[in-house]
Design a protein around this ligand. Structure first.
Ligand code: URA
Length: 216
């Protein structure tokens, strides 16, 4: 690290790097991060930290571009995701794909993960203890991917990531900062909610336009 960077770090000033100007050294770091994501995935596959391993069909680690600028974080796998081992693959996932396309992105351009890597039985809400045990996996994924923006998908994900009990109407529309890296975080509606309340899609589109603006 250069002296200047060391000083800035000591002063608690974050050093932001434009990914389009990423240098060779950090490209190397990214290459090794791909291996590390594979390592974490292996740990998740073997994970028995909570009881959800007893009822899962597959773990659902996360999928997408490991150098993504945008990382979506949902709550937990549902039935389809548990069967396929991939996040957001049911009807809600198809809507998420369409919303991505509406701002010129494909699923393969972004990274998609959940807070919990295993399906809670009957799609019940995650228990605080399950979140506590599973969050280190997500934190490592975020640290390796280094997205420019995080998107909390739905109320449960937003409340856990922001450590709040505020309602979606209060949480949406603001930009937050996540973790020590102070990664900008936006909150948007869960696509399953949008399937039930299609009139809210307009607001979700506004969120997606903001995502586009933040990564341009
Ligand atoms: N809902 C989520 O929060 N995540 C998924 O992967 C699927 C549905």
């Amino acid at each position: 690290m250069t002296h200047k960077k060391e000083y800035l770090k000591e002063m608690g000033i974050d050093i932001w790097q434009d990914k389009s100007r990423i240098n060779d050294a950090s490209m190397t770091a990214k290459t090794s991060s791909q291996n590390n994501l594979e390592d974490i995935k292996k740990q998740v596959i073997a994970c028995k930290l909570c009881d959800l391993h007893k009822t899962r069909t597959n773990t659902v680690f996360g999928i997408g571009n490991e150098k993504a600028k945008v990382m979506f974080i949902g709550e937990a796998p549902g039935a389809n995701e548990d069967l396929k081992g991939e996040p957001f693959v049911g009807r809600a996932g198809m809507l998420l794909n369409s919303m991505l396309r509406s701002i010129g992105l494909e699923r393969t351009d972004v990274y998609i993960a959940n807070i919990l890597k295993c399906r809670p039985p009957n799609n019940r809400d995650p228990l605080p203890q399950e979140v506590k045990l599973c969050t280190p996996y997500l934190q490592q994924q975020i640290a390796l991917i280094q997205p420019k923006v995080l998107i909390a998908v739905g109320r449960i994900a937003a409340q856990f990531l922001l450590n709040t009990m505020e309602s979606m109407s209060k949480l949406r529309g603001n930009t937050y900062q996540y973790g020590e890296q102070k990664i900008p975080l936006l909150v948007t509606y869960h696509p399953a909610y949008l399937l039930r309340s299609p009139s809210e899609k307009r607001k979700a589109y506004v969120d997606f336009l903001l995502i586009k603006k933040m990564v341009e």
